[in-house]
Ligand binder design. Structure first.
Ligand SMILES: [Zn+2]
Length: 142
């Protein structure tokens, strides 16, 4: 490994840099890995399985300011979206909730796609919520 302070190349089992004395028990990568894991512990259910690897890679290289941004994004709850879809789906309220205003309007005007779309959305809305959350996060930290 390389000393984060002076750049000296050091054997991996060293606890301190022999040149400058910087403690090496926590490298940059493992420090960020902890933060990424912490983030996923609280946001796992709000993000799509298919994009978790991509999101983890992006989070690995965030600076402090962008970390605050990542936490301040208004993530929508897939369970709330499902409840809205179940009770108010024919008015498109579920799609409005996750920020898809255009789809919400179309759904509202067609009474939930004449009821068919409203039923289909019961199966799609949770993943749609997670994908919207991921897009919001990736845009915020880009
Ligand atoms: Zn050093």
């Amino acid at each position: 490994m390389v000393c984060p302070n002076c750049g000296l190349n050091i054997a991996d089992d060293n606890k301190f840099c022999p040149q400058c004395g910087t403690p090496l028990y926590r490298t940059f990568d493992s420090y960020n890995a902890d933060k990424v894991n912490m983030f996923f512990m609280s946001h796992n259910d709000k993000l799509p399985e298919s994009q978790i690897t991509l999101i983890k890679e992006k989070l690995m290289y965030l600076d402090e300011k962008k970390w605050n941004t990542a936490y301040s994004v208004q993530y929508k709850d897939p369970i709330v979206a499902l409840l809205l879809s179940f009770f108010l789906g024919e008015f498109g309220i579920d799609r409005f909730y996750i920020g898809q205003t255009g789809l919400g309007v179309v759904k509202l005007l067609t009474c939930g796609g004449f009821g068919i779309w409203a039923i289909i959305d019961l199966f799609l809305i949770m993943e749609a919520t997670r994908v919207e959350n991921a897009n919001k996060l990736l845009n915020a930290i880009a």
